[in-house]
Write a protein that binds this ligand. Sequence first.
Ligand code: GLN
Ligand code: ZN
Length: 795
Amino acid sequence: MTLHNLGYPRIGDKRELKFALETYWKGEQSEAELAAVAKEIRRRNWQTQLDAGVNLLPANDFAYYDQFLNMSTLLGVIPKRFRQEHYDLEVAFCMARGRAPSDDAAACCAGHAGHEHSEPVSKTTSKADYAGAMKKWFDTNYHYIVPELEDDTAFALTDTRLFDEVAEAVEMAGLAKNVKPVLVGPVTYLYLAENKGTAIPKLSRLPELLAVYGEILQRLADQGIEWVQIDEPILVLELADEWQQAFQQTYDVLSQSSRQPSSQAPLKLLLATYFETLGDNLSLACDLPVAGLHYDGLRGAKQLNDVVAQYPADKVLSIGLVDGRNIWKADVTGAIAHLQDAKAKFGDNLWVAPSCSLLHVPVNLEVEEKLNPELKNYLAFAKQKLAEIKLLADALNGQVDEKALAANAQAIADKQQSKLIHDADVQARIAKLDQVALDRAAPYAERTAVQKPKFDLPLFPTTTIGSFPQTQAIRQTRLKFKKGEMSEAQYIDAMQAEIRDVCERQERIGIDVFVHGEPERNDMVEYFGEQLDGFAFTQFGWVQSYGSRCVKPPIIFGDVSRPKPMTVFWSQYAQSQTDKTMKGMLTGAVTVLQWSFVRNDQTREATCNQIALALRDEVLDLETAGIHMIQIDEAALREGLPLKKSDWAEYLRWAVNSFRMTTSGVQNDTQIHTHMCYSEFNDIIEAVAKMDADVITIETSKSQMKLLDAFVDFQYPNEIGPGVYDIHSPNIPTVEQMVDLIQKAAENIPAERLWVNPDCGLKTRGWQETEPALTNMVEAAKVLRKQFAEQVKSA
Ligand code: GLN
Ligand code: ZN
């Protein structure tokens, strides 16, 4: 039985690639030195896979920056602004990171602003040589560089690194037929590419694109390659007819070109889908003229039997039952049972693999030294997942490793009973969930009637989103405290001094509603995870987010509860330093869920509800402590949307309910805010309105308020703070610019429901730009107030 892998993490056990890239970008290392690190990572990855018994090694799963970008450079899809006579690696880096205006081609600027997690990740644009847009890869936290199709884009084999890396892999594997290059499929490539200043219909480019794919396949065949993995994950989306037809057309053509006479043996294509069921594309995918199909048996579980039944037995069916998206040990005994029918039908044509590329999980559990040993025994990272696949493949081949299988089964059974994971108190509370009100005591109209006089704010009240610049000093203090180099009393002193400092600054600037600045938080999810039961943190559990940027998601392993208040101490102190209203600041349940590895033994909804209940207690404790304006950030609400639109309603139901559950307990005159760092609300506005926050702040400045349309068309009933300046840019917005934006907003949203604030938190900015920017923002609000007072007078 063939045991293959769809892709291996390329950052290295300890993020070696990240450090090499950043050193290179700083100009402190040559390209040759960078290439050597990359080569060593590839070699080690292949060795790890060979050692694990993988008999078809993936190649071209390595990328300096992004495998999608690799595809663009391979196909010659290079934006005009970066084209040059001879392609080199610098071009790819410029496409990803932009190029500073004054620099020559050799110096790319740090185009990606350090904003975490937002979608799509925004970048500082620098004149003509701005970086390519970046988008989330399906529902992962990986981001790809969006290909730009221009009027004169001509597909042509350009970046030929692919063939070199395939040759490297062949050398490692010994035989060309044991290497399987991985390509993004043409239909997925075109689907995710975007037209830029051209009206050429994307699909009309297909024949030209396929010609280049044909050339690539030909060259791979000439290298002796037998199997090529073609990733077409858009097959799990709900596709329009024309895109379904494009699949037919594409694979008709490619099946011809892989049968060209000059190659020794015909190339075989393994079409790979993952992340969801095939839905209505099931028959399409099963009938395409390729040699095999990879199917995600976990996220696609609902259709696994249909796939097994429908896929032709004389072709290869690869099934992934080892989770490439999560960190739990696989239930190998269960997987063996699951694959019996497929084994009976497909025999040796049944292949086993992880559910998707292992890019989305941390690299190696072995290097973790501090995890609870019991928990560690329930986990598997990329390297360990290979061993699971091996165990599974051997068992299906009739070579059962009884000892390993028993150990795996024991871990699975232990986990089900584990006291570490199951908490009777949390379960008891969840059992009574239907007794938790989802509605606030009174509707918004009544609430605002008591809130307005209580907070007594001017028209166009000004505020910020929570964090203030995280200076070197703040980071140092946190680090020292964490390392035990500073006592708790000293730490508290230092943080309180920071809070006093931001209070003074806000006072000076003239902000109406204060925040404490979040100096004690390094990350908006980690901060809460560290204080909640049921969360664990790894030392090296990094996953690539984009380029050299990696994230280390918390692991939600067990029932979630809150041993004690998490933010009350800081918020209360902050409030004591000012007469202005101090906003409490929490991260919402959906966002915590979305940016963590989650349990696989209960639904996301169940886990989300547990977090929401813990946050509900925090909200009520804040209220009792005198914090009567509380913001709950749901930065990731949108990115939690399922891949199939038909599943959205169900997700939005529980996601919105979790927010309502978090907030419903407060008095009418406690004001609930929420914040979302994106701007696309058209298709979820109804759900956002159902959250019934008194105030929502959103990101709108970059779209010049155009994106407020959703709120206008829907007649969003509560208060809104459309961001009036882009915090990702170091530019200081002028008073006029912001007056202009607020005026635009006020044309459509009643002034008494408008707030004035930046797009997002300010932690990645410095004070040198933050103070003047906020000063201008406050001035803009004053200008508007005056204008409106005059309007009222003249009316
Ligand atoms: N309160 C958070 C902050 O200001 C919100 C960050 C976010 O939405 N990404 O940093
Ligand atoms: Zn934000």
